[in-house]
Structure formats: structure tokens, C-alpha cells
Design a protein around this ligand. Sequence first.
Ligand SMILES: [Zn+2]
Ligand SMILES: [Zn+2]
Length: 326
Amino acid sequence: MNWFPVELHCHTKHSDGDFSPAELIEQAKIFGLKGIALTDHNTVAGWEETCSCAEKAGICVLPGVEWTTYFGHMLVLQQKDCGGWMDLQPDRIDAATADLRARGGTIGAAHPFEPGNPVGTGCHWDFSVRHWENFHYYEVMNGENPMEKVRNRKSLLAWTSLLDHGYRLTPTSGIDWHSQLNKEFSYACTYVGVPEKDCTAQGMNHAILSGRTSLTMGPLLTMEVCRESQCGGIGDVCPNGRYTFLLHLDPRRAEHWRHLDLQPREVRLVTNGGRVLFQSPCGECKLESSVMLDVQTSWCRAELWGVVRDRESLIAMTAPIYFSQT
Ligand SMILES: [Zn+2]
Ligand SMILES: [Zn+2]
């Protein structure tokens, strides 16, 4: 599997961002990103220009919108016709997501616990969702210094609870990129797992649909499980049983994140209810670790903890490997 750094939540001048499409692509290039998702608020006006700039620069683009309503923001990729936000009521979200999904949209809940009015209209998620299976992803980390914010820690707990209820929602991070990044801040980056050797828009989309992401403010964390000759990776579904977990920490990171003084301290394997199955100290950014565990739960993710900006923090987290009884 090849892991490519991407940013899945970007705005341009076509909504409330500072960047023109060309400037956004230039920024993505500076920070070493291989792809972006263009998600302007309720408009696809920037699609064509952004895709043409990106093609010249060798950056992949997933065209999308940030579906911006009074009751919450939703990221919809690969679907140009996403109207209907003006008359949407909180209890009608299931019909809207079913329709978008049926038409090939890739759907994610954006910053669900961001405060609403008067800070930002409709940023807080007040939709009454009964069918989370209509969603493909969940933005667990949003904005600058994500894990310092209570709203992102709430998102992490809410997403964990959805996993416990059997929903397989891919976790993503989003800078929610509107303007120049601040070098003093930390930002999470989503890596997407793509089997092909090059990153393409189709590969990025498929990674989200297949649960192959790893979020990080620094080094890339990945894991695999193996037993006998069978191995599974992030996003796969494996039968319950005894596995050797292989954890891998890769110190490479996109240019912007290089300046941050991150101190990784511990890797953990976390399962249903947020229970820690395994923890092991790690002193540096490079790690290969393996442990044998009997898994009788329904999902397991790897986490890297340490110090970011002088605070104890989650630094990186993989999407889960899922386990089933059959
Ligand atoms: Zn938003
Ligand atoms: Zn946004």
C-alpha cells in the first residue's frame, strides 16, 4: 500500500477562502500534498479552474462541495448536483444522504461539534441522523491545533461510539483551509492508502470508501494484522481471532509539519469503547513494533500519543481494521 498526504477540506475565493484556485494548488504543492478535495460552500463554481490548475501541477483533485445548512455542514465529493440545502429540515437528512449516495456522492460529516451561531451559521451538527450507514466518512479532526480543541475531542468520542454501534465510517482530518497556515500551529494531515504507485483522484476516493486513512500531525502511523499466511490492513474486515499486529511509524511528513517539535511517547492499540488493548513506549519517530493479541471485538485502531506544542496529545491515529464473528 502507498500512503499519500492529502487535504480533504479546502475553500477558495469561490466561497469564503482567501486563495484563488491557482493559489490553493500552489499552497498544496508547497506543503508536499499529493491531493486535495475542493469543498467550497454550496458552490461548484471553482471546480473547472481548480482541476485545470491541479493537472498542470501534478496534484489530484476530488471536486466537491461543503453542503452548508443551518443545521450542520456536510462534505460531499464527486457529485455536482447537491442542491436542496435551502429547504432541508433536521429530520430530513436521511432522505438527502440516501439520495446523494445513490447518485455516487462520497459523503462526510464536517466538524460536527463546531459551535453554531453566533460564531458561524449552522456549523454545529443538529441533524437527526438515523442512517449513519449513508455516510462514508467523519471529519474527526478539523482546523488548527485540532486536538487542543474540545470540539474535536467530542468528535473523536462520537465517531468511536458510531464504530461501537457497527458503523464503518472512515475518519478524516481537514485543515478547513481558507487562508495562509500559521507556522506556530499544528495541523493534521490525512494520508490515504492507495494500492497503485501514483496518487489519482479515483485512488483517493476509493481509499475513503474503503476505510484506508491515517491521520497525523507528524509521522505516518500504519498497521497490519497477520495470522498464518493471511494479512489484513487498515479498512479491511477480518474474522475474530489471534493476530500478530504490526505497527509502523514512518518519520516522513509533509513540508509544513516539519517545523513542529513533536515528541512521540507511546503507541496504543484501541478497541471498542476506546479500551486500550496494548500500549508500548516509543522514544523516537521511527518504529517497527509487533504484538500478538486475541481480538474478540469489532474494530481496532492504532494511536500515537506524545507531546505537541508542550501538551500531552494524540499525535496520529489510523482508521480501524474491522473484525467480525463470521
Ligand atoms: Zn464548515
Ligand atoms: Zn469548510
